[in-house]
Design a protein around this ligand. Structure first.
Ligand SMILES: Cc1ncc(C[n+]2csc(CCOP(=O)(O)OP(=O)(O)O)c2C)c(N)n1
Ligand SMILES: [Mg+2]
Length: 326
């Protein structure tokens, strides 16, 4: 692979940033500071990082209800994300969207999405737009195993395939849709098998191996960018926490959890960096400390930010948009 040491370190930083953001979100939710629902990306960091590292800055992503990792990996700003989780005025959606509605059009982040499968349709729209404008952009579309039973999955891949749109479909197969195991929700083991029905490549990769994800994504992105159409990449992975924070996860056998915790992508990446002498222990410590400081600053920013004013409840809604259009 054509990866410089510098790029490998950058990829590690992204994974670590996601890990630290999510660890803090978990704590702050348990303390009752973050309201609403949060679905954490802990354990799945290598997927978003590997895929987004293969994209250009002006490429697009669509995301899911478990979106923090995707947004960070595509360059979303952690302080505005954290403020949004807190419901504060300085957040990405001025505190009115929360975890599942974070978007940043300036970075090609077309939004987290509380509707399972809805990002798939949006990715086809983005791909169609890029093709129509001949912009050379690609859209990476993230979604879970559960969503691949939705009509949107099939309709989106069908259109992207027939129109050869520049979309990379990335299934994060974490073996569950809420409490429903994959074995109970579909009669196949590999979601990638479904690519056959649309005559596109379907690839299975170890989603906890950042290099495997990066390699598959790089190939799929090149294929998409050169007008050959979409690829379906299935990343086998596992979430460390429950479906949402507060989920007691009684439905997962403990040996399965242990098996996957041993495959945690973060220590794997650390071992790679040290074993291949890409960084020294000391340099790694400095990198980690820098990320810890960044996330602590994001939490402080969120804490210090004001809650939205009462008047803002009727701002940025339909009537405002109509006025803007006029
Ligand atoms: C259209 C729709 N149906 C049902 C739900 C409720 N729901 C939220 S997350 C989820 C499971 C999603 O599983 P998966 O796609 O595997 O993603 P994961 O949570 O494992 O990342 C469901 C059914 C929803 N949000 N939207
Ligand atoms: Mg799932």
């Amino acid at each position: 692979m054509d990866l410089t040491n510098e790029k490998i370190v950058e990829m590690y930083k992204v994974m670590k940033r996601i890990r630290e953001f999510e660890t803090n979100a978990s704590r702050l939710f348990a303390e009752g500071i973050i309201p609403g629902f949060v679905h954490l990306y802990l354990g799945e960091e290598a997927v978003a990082t590997g895929v987004c590292s293969s994209l250009n800055e002006d490429d697009y992503i669509t995301s899911t209800h478990r979106g923090h990792g995707h947004i960070i990996a595509k360059g979303g700003e952690t302080k505005y994300m954290m403020a949004e989780l807190f419901g504060k005025e300085t957040g990405y959606c001025k505190g009115k969207g929360g975890s599942m509605h974070i978007a940043d059009a300036t970075k090609g982040i077309l939004g987290a999405n509380g509707i399972v499968g809805a990002g798939q349709n949006i990715s086809v729209g983005a791909g169609l737009s890029a093709k129509y404008r001949k912009s050379g952009q690609v859209c990476a579309c993230f979604f879970g195993d559960g969503s691949t039973n939705q009509g949107t999955f099939h309709e989106s891949i069908n259109l992207a395939s027939i129109w050869k749109l520049p979309v990379v479909f990335v299934c994060e197969n974490n073996l569950y849709g809420i409490s429903m195991s994959q074995a109970r929700h579909q009669a196949i083991q590999d979601v990638a098998d479904r690519a056959v029905a649309y005559n596109i490549p379907g690839v299975v990769v170890d989603g906890n191996d950042i290099f495997a994800v990066y390699e598959a994504a790089t190939e799929a992105v090149a294929r998409a960018r050169s007008g050959q159409g979409p690829t379906l990449i299935e990343c086998k992975t596992y979430r460390h926490k429950g479906h949402f924070e507060g989920d007691p996860t009684t439905y997962r056998p403990s040996d399965e959890v242990q098996e996957w915790m041993a495959k945690d992508p973060l220590p794997k990446a650390v071992a790679y960096l040290l074993d291949n002498e890409i960084v020294t222990e000391e340099e790694l410590k400095k990198i980690d400390e820098e990320i810890l400081r960044e996330i602590a600053a994001a939490v402080k920013f969120a804490e210090d930010s004001p809650v939205p004013s009462l008047e803002s409840i009727v701002q940025d809604i339909y009537t405002d948009i109509v006025e803007e259009v006029r």
